[in-house]
Structures are given as structure tokens and as C-alpha cells.
Design a protein around this ligand. Structure first.
Ligand SMILES: Nc1ncnc2c1ncn2[C@@H]1O[C@H](COP(=O)(O)OP(=O)(O)O)[C@@H](O)[C@H]1O
Ligand SMILES: [Mg+2]
Length: 198
């Protein structure tokens, strides 16, 4: 079982994915990972992506770097664990690329979708939780700003709407969870869905 968490920055992905790992670890062999990063190569790519001095980064360069980091994560971490029968919980995966680089930066969606499959080695998550949090609430939750977090409000709105669109295209996989509530309420919705799936 491969589970991913998606949403804008500050929506609560990291908190909820960790709670998900804690819950599932009681009965399964679970690992947590985050995209981009997690592997030595992925972390090196991540630091290039999040560097505030790289404001001139071309959108396609950004797209390729995300796919490169993800490819390493899949081959080094995710695929081997799934092959052993384990559960993988990932904080972001290729839906982030569709939402940010596709809907946010307006790169062609057909290009993104092809590149997503290359970077993911064709691996599709079994369940994707999209933590849907108002932009103002999410912004307040964020303490420090990295390069992506400096982006304007319009960009974030397009990203959030992008998540709605991609979720509507794959309703069996994607669950939109109201992220404007308490950590406990959000987790209990997620736990309920997981109970049904497992
Ligand atoms: N439902 C929530 N209500 C209030 N604060 C939250 C909630 N979820 C997360 N937070 C806090 O908001 C900040 C951002 O959460 P985080 O899980 O890191 O978001 P993300 O990984 O989506 O950027 C953290 O300080 C976290 O403790
Ligand atoms: Mg996070």
C-alpha cells in the first residue's frame, strides 16, 4: 500500500502524514518519506530547488529537477519497501508537480503527466489525501519562508484549484480532506478512510 499526502504549504501534510505512520505502524511495516528529498541525491536536488538565490530558475528546469529527485526516491526507497510487502507514506508525490508546475506555473499538463510517469517509474499511489486548507490559514501556520513559500497569493490559489481538478479526475484514489479543522479532527477522517481501505 502506497499512501501520499498533498496540499499547499502549511496545509498540515507533514503533521498528518506522521500521524498516519504512527497509526499504521501498529499493524504494518511502515516507512515515511518526503518528496523531494529523503535520499542523498534527492536532498541535494531539493536544496537546489528551495534555494532562495535561485529565483531565475526556468520552470522546465524546476519540473525536471522534481522528477529527478522523485525517480531516486522511488528506486532507492519506495519500490524496495513496497516489494517487501510494506506500507509507504509519502509527504508529497507527483500530484504536487501537477498542482504546482502544471496548474501553478501553467506548464502543459500533457507534458507534466508524461514526466510524472517517468519520474515515478509508473508507480501510482493507492490512496492520496489532499489536505485542503484556506490559503490565509495555511500561510499563518507557516513560520519561515522558502523560495516556494514566497510565491504570490494568485499562484497559491491556482495550486489549490489544481488539486481540486486532479482529485476530480481520479476520485477513487484522491480524497479531499477539510484541513481548516483541528489536527485531531483531520486525523480522525483520515483514520476512518484508512480503516475502510485496509
Ligand atoms: N490542523 C491544524 N491546526 C493548527 N495548526 C496546524 C494544523 N496542522 C498543522 N498545523 C501546524 O501548522 C504548521 C504547518 O504544518 P505542516 O504539517 O508542517 O504543513 P505542511 O507540511 O503541509 O507544510 C506546523 O507548525 C503545524 O504544527
Ligand atoms: Mg511539510
Amino acid at each position: 500500500m502506497f499512501i501520499t499526502f498533498e496540499g499547499i504549504d502549511g496545509s498540515g501534510k507533514s503533521v498528518q502524514s506522521q500521524l498516519c505512520v504512527d497509526l499504521l505502524s501498529k499493524e504494518h511495516n511502515v516507512i515515511y518519506c518526503f518528496d523531494p528529498g529523503h535520499t542523498p541525491i534527492g536532498n541535494a536536488v531539493r536544496s537546489v530547488l528551495l534555494n532562495k538565490e535561485h529565483m531565475e530558475m526556468d520552470p522546465r528546469t524546476e519540473l525536471l529537477l522534481y522528477a529527478a529527485a522523485r525517480s531516486q526516491l522511488v528506486s532507492e526507497v519506495i519500490r524496495p519497501h513496497l516489494d517487501k510487502g510494506g506500507v509507504v507514506v509519502s509527504d508529497r508525490f507527483y500530484d504536487s508537480t501537477t498542482a504546482y508546475q502544471g496548474y501553478g506555473r501553467k506548464l502543459p499538463l500533457d507534458l507534466i503527466s508524461k514526466l510524472n510517469m517517468i519520474g515515478a517509474h509508473e508507480l501510482v499511489p493507492d490512496i492520496t489525501f489532499i489536505i485542503d486548507t484556506d490559503i490565509e490559514i495555511a500561510s499563518k501556520r507557516i513560520g519561515t519562508a522558502d523560495r516556494l513559500e514566497c510565491e504570490n497569493i494568485e499562484f497559491r490559489k491556482r495550486v489549490r484549484d489544481g488539486y481540486y481538478k486532479l482529485a476530480s479526475e481520479e476520485p477513487d484514489r484522491c480524497y479531499i480532506i477539510d484541513g481548516n479543522r483541528s489536527i485531531e479532527d483531520i486525523h480522525s477522517d483520515i483514520a476512518e478512510i484508512l480503516r475502510k481501505k485496509f
